[in-house]
Design a protein around this ligand. Structure first.
Ligand SMILES: Cc1ncc(COP(=O)(O)O)c(C=O)c1O
Length: 398
């Protein structure tokens, strides 16, 4: 196992995964399904964060500096720099605040902007945890369904959104997963512009979850464009994100909510009792600032490595089990596989765990059009991915 420096090369990522250590860690991905199963379910990759990130946390531990902190503005400034350097969008750091995790921020923004009874639009098949928000928050859940095409893969058509909001004038928030989990779709600028135009025309807000933003592949048909960078977005968009997916920091609990409009920020902040959102933890903040300050070259190396794993997966599936249909994602380390022709019934993930000892996520949990699919996490080493595929391909036969 090696520590990964900022100039990480592909071989370094390979060597940084120590399966024995992963299994002995108290890590949900590697322990939930027992010692014999290989994990390809929860959206977390297997690589150690770069030393700048672990070093920043270590420095706080060495100083025993665990008291109340005053670092909100530093997080905002780090996010603004990262965003400007990578995406050409410079948010005002004063319009950024932390929250504990992305789902907390997303839920806070939705419940601030849609009153009970006002509709929230989701884009199924969609990250399954989003489907818990509306029933518990008592907001009607509406669906802007993705379309599927053999060539283009999974996409959203803004004409369908327009038809939906015309039909449902009570729709108040669109929960935008950007890039999209589980399909990896990265919308082009025209789609983003149209979403913003529709938000103004039909009086809804957009909560943009951009946690997968850094993981867009070089050959993607569109680069990642922050929704708040689109002209006119300021009055209508709240962005929630964190470095957790890129740097595998999910246990550290630090995310940000970003705005570009004072009124919208006030509205979201004042909708909840002021203490409800809490504050991010000190070590989470240390890791977040270090990742967004020193993590650029490491992230480039990671995306290149994950792109190779995506191609490894695509090549083996096409050669060995074409019955499992798959469209190469433009982003994320998640593959959305259609296993409906593989005689695995309505619960293919359960069958694949039983028959192949690989834990993938059940497609039906991702809502409408998810049935018959599984989501496979390929964010691991080439060797582990080969072992996953050695186990899965015999089960994915017509
Ligand atoms: C789109 C999306 N949003 C949010 C999360 C969860 O983020 P957090 O743990 O910060 O709440 C995930 C995790 O898989 C995700 O894929």
């Amino acid at each position: 196992m090696t520590a990964l420096g900022p100039e990480a090369r592909l071989g370094d990522f390979e060597a940084s995964l120590d399966v024995g250590l992963k299994r002995s860690n108290r890590n949900a991905k590697w322990s939930k399904h027992g010692p014999d199963a290989l994990p390809a379910w929860v959206a977390e990759h297997d690589f150690r964060p770069p030393p700048a990130v672990t070093g920043a946390m270590q420095a706080t531990i060495d100083r025993g500096d665990f008291g109340y902190h005053d670092m909100e503005e530093d997080v905002g400034a780090a996010f603004a720099r990262w965003s400007a350097e990578r995406y050409g969008w410079s948010p005002d750091p004063g319009f950024v605040h932390t929250c504990v995790d992305v789902l907390q921020g997303v839920t806070a923004a939705i419940t601030a902007l849609a009153a009970p009874g006002e509709g929230v639009i989701l884009t199924p098949p969609i990250y399954h945890i989003f489907l818990q928000i509306c029933p518990t928050a008592r907001r009607p859940q509406l669906e802007w369904l993705m379309r599927h095409d053999r060539e283009a893969g999974w996409t959203l058509d803004p004409d369908d959104l327009e038809a939906l909001v015309k039909r449902e004038p009570g729709a108040r928030v669109l929960l935008w997963c950007h890039p999209h989990n589980p399909t990896g779709w990265v919308p082009g600028v025209e789609v983003l512009q149209r979403v913003v135009e529709l938000a103004h025309a039909y009086d809804f807000y957009v909560v943009s979850d951009e946690i997968h933003a850094d993981l867009v592949y070089r050959d993607s048909s569109s680069p990642f464009v922050p929704l708040l960078s689109i002209p006119g977005a300021a009055e209508r968009v709240v962005t929630v994100t964190s470095p957790a997916k890129t740097f595998a920091l999910s246990g550290l609990r630090c995310a940000v909510m970003a705005y570009a409009d004072r009124g919208l920020r006030r509205r979201v902040r004042q909708a909840h009792p002021p203490l409800l959102l809490g504050h991010a933890a000190r070590t989470g903040i240390d890791a977040t600032i270090a990742a967004w300050t020193h993590g650029a070259a490491w992230t480039d190396g990671l995306v290149a490595y994950l792109g190779d794993r995506r191609d490894q997966l695509a090549k083996r599936l096409a050669a060995e089990t074409p019955a499992a249909r798959f469209h190469r994602p433009d982003s994320t380390f998640l593959a959305w596989l259609d296993a409906s022709d593989c005689r695995l019934g309505d619960a293919p993930a359960t069958r694949l765990l039983e028959q192949g000892a690989v834990a993938v996520s059940e497609g039906s949990e991702f809502g409408t059009n998810g049935r018959g699919h599984v989501r496979l996490n390929f964010g691991t080493s080439a060797a582990v991915l080969d072992e996953i595929l050695d186990r899965l391909t015999p089960c994915l036969r017509p």
